[in-house]
Design a protein around this ligand. Structure first.
Ligand code: ADP
Length: 576
């Protein structure tokens, strides 16, 4: 039942195109009425040829030409209008799925496979578009043709037609049985392709690692076995399809043979004239195409259903981080941040932040230190609401972040991550990232503060230099400085910095540190610190362990305490 419903869910997407579809349908109706006319013409023509009535032959030939011209025109109308509607529906669906995907919370992307999602947005949606196109442009006209031509044949000679139709239910049962099998095979094969695409994304993303560990053969084997499974699933589906065509084709031939037999018998009984039999046979010939199209369409619909299921399954997933209906806009803030008895866990029963409270005054720099897994990243990720707190609350300027719009909240927070992701586009686009209303001079100002202006100016096309998909042509330090420029362009009051652990060459390091020092001034800063200079500069250091603050104070105070920080410091920072 669930499977059946996924096509129904397409109706809201089809509705906006109803005018275009209706117009296409008018063309279809015209097109359909021409079918029995063709059968009638064939009978008339045979009779006139038999009689040698050249005048009538000429008249009928002229009429046939007109019929085919009209047929061409309405067929063009039907095809182009339906293609237009189907492509628009595909576009709408793709945009909706994409925007839905972007709204999903981070915990979804932690489990979803990128390749699989890519496949859904491309192949699956294309397939649904094709199905919609086929339904209106092929399936509905075929059914209409079947009805009209069959009606004409019944009118011509109902006994013969009824006998012909005996084989039809048999065909329907066989087609139906194949359809179920095909759906099963098609689901299997699509899942396999998704897996393959996910595997590919994973390996290409980590190609450096694969090469570094000389794991090419291991990866090749993984890839080959996935590709082989994919081949098998597809081959099974293709075999089932081929077999179905053979069986249906055989049944069609048997129908024709029996018609000749029955037609001959009816003529011998004087129930049918030769002209009528020709017209009737033309009708039968005209049925073959729509029948085979309907079979073909039916298979495609079954295959498409697997895609529609996957798309609507995705659309049904609700983001976990959502705005309240009456969410307010967080106005310009001074930058005071307060965590009130906050608890959070990714999975139930394993607390990652444990009843933690802290107040960061506006303009204060707080360095977070602690062993890996202590909860430092999680703590700062709760501030822009990448995740919701389980208990407690987080306030910015005394306003609960749950009460404000995500946009206004996130616009006040700048983030410089450990690893900078550069998107394909120019450097200017990468700094402005998502905003189009910036002037070059704004970007330059941000880049100057981030110590990035100089190296950008030295590039062949300056700010308009194109950065590859992964920004391979920039060094680690340069990328970090672009990330810093990106974060300060909005002049956020709150900054979250996750210092890179990887070492940069000393010149880059100095430039990055200088830029960071500059942007930390007069802002509230949470920095996950990996550098001695950073902890020294911080107003306050919080030492985290198992989601709790176990020590707090500045560098001098904590060193003299000789507690957790002192031993951590000895381990981590000595000699850095
Ligand atoms: P830190 O930044 O101090 O190294 P994290 O905040 O990254 O610590 O991680 C704290 C704990 O939460 C770790 O045990 C880590 O395994 C777990 N964790 C982090 N991110 C996730 C996630 N997305 N899903 C599940 N567990 C996570």
């Amino acid at each position: 039942m669930k499977n059946r419903s996924s096509y129904w869910q397409l109706i809201p997407f089809i509705r906006p195109q109803s005018a275009t579809i209706a117009l296409a349908f008018v063309c279809t109706l015209f097109f359909t009425t021409l079918w029995p006319i063709q059968a009638w013409l064939a009978g008339e023509m045979t009779e006139s040829i038999g009689k040698g009535d050249t005048n009538n032959i000429a008249r009928l030939a002229g009429f046939t030409a007109i019929v085919f011209i009209v047929k061409g025109i309405v067929q063009y109308g039907q095809d182009s209008l339906m293609a237009k509607a189907a492509l628009k529906i595909t576009l709408d669906l793709r945009k909706i799925v994409y925007s839905h995907l972007q709204k999903l919370s981070l915990n979804y992307f932690e489990v979803a496979k990128t390749g699989d999602l890519t496949y859904r947005l491309t192949e699956d949606i294309d397939r649904i578009g094709e199905v919609i196109n086929q339904f209106f442009h092929d399936f509905v006209p075929c059914i209409l043709q079947l009805i009209v031509v069959l009606g004409y044949m019944l009118w011509l000679n109902w006994q013969l037609t009824t006998a012909t139709l005996v084989l039809a239910p048999l065909m329907a049962i066989i087609i139906g049985a194949f359809g179920e099998k095909l759906l099963l095979y098609s689901r299997r094969s699509q899942n396999r392709i998704s897996n393959l695409s996910a595997l590919l994304t994973e390996v290409l993303g980590g190609i450096r690692l694969v090469q570094a560990f000389a794991a090419e053969n291991y990866e090749l084997e993984r890839f080959s076995s996935e590709a082989e499974a994919n081949r098998q699933a597809k081959y099974q589906a293709e075999k089932a399809k081929a077999f179905q065509f053979v069986v249906v084709g055989f049944l069609q031939v048997m129908s024709v043979v029996s018609i000749f037999f029955l037609g001959g018998w009816q003529i011998s009984q004087g129930n049918l004239s030769g002209k009528e039999f020709v017209s009737y046979l033309t009708g039968v010939a005209l049925l073959i195409d729509p029948i085979s199209h309907t079979t073909h369409n039916y298979n495609n619909f079954k295959e498409g259903q697997a895609s529609a299921d996957k798309i609507f399954e995705l659309l049904a997933i609700k983001p976990t981080v959502i705005e309240r209906d009456n969410a307010i806009t967080l106005q310009a803030i001074s930058g005071k941040v307060e965590y009130n008895s906050v608890s959070f866990s990714y999975r139930q029963d394993i607390p990652v932040i444990d009843n933690l409270s802290l107040i960061a005054q506006s303009g204060e720099t707080i360095a977070l230190v602690g062993s890996s897994g202590a909860g430092k990243s999680t703590l700062v990720n709760l501030l822009p609401r990448f995740y919701n707190v389980d208990r407690g609350s987080i306030l910015i300027d005394d306003v609960d972040i749950q009460d404000v719009t995500l946009y206004s909240l996130r616009r006040q927070i700048g983030i410089v991550p450990q690893e900078t992701t550069l998107f394909s586009g120019t450097i200017a686009q990468n700094i402005a990232f998502g905003q189009t209303n910036f002037e070059l001079k704004d970007l330059e100002t941000a880049a100057k503060i981030a110590n990035a202006h100089q190296f950008i100016s030295e590039l062949s096309q300056g700010y308009y230099t194109y950065v590859g998909e992964r920004g391979v042509n920039l060094s680690g330090g340069q990328r970090q400085r672009i990330a810093i420029a990106r974060a300060i362009l909005f002049d956020p009051r709150i900054l979250i910095l996750d210092e890179a652990t990887s070492a940069l060459d000393s010149e880059s390091e100095a430039l990055v540190q200088e830029a960071l020092a500059r942007i930390m001034q007069e802002r509230t800063v949470f920095v996950i610190a990996h550098r001695l200079a950073t902890v020294r500069r911080a107003d306050r250091i919080l030492v985290l362990e198992k989601g709790r603050i176990i020590e707090s104070g500045n560098h001098q105070e904590l060193c003299s305490k000789n507690g957790a920080y002192a031993s951590f410091y000895a381990r981590q920072f000595q000699g850095v």
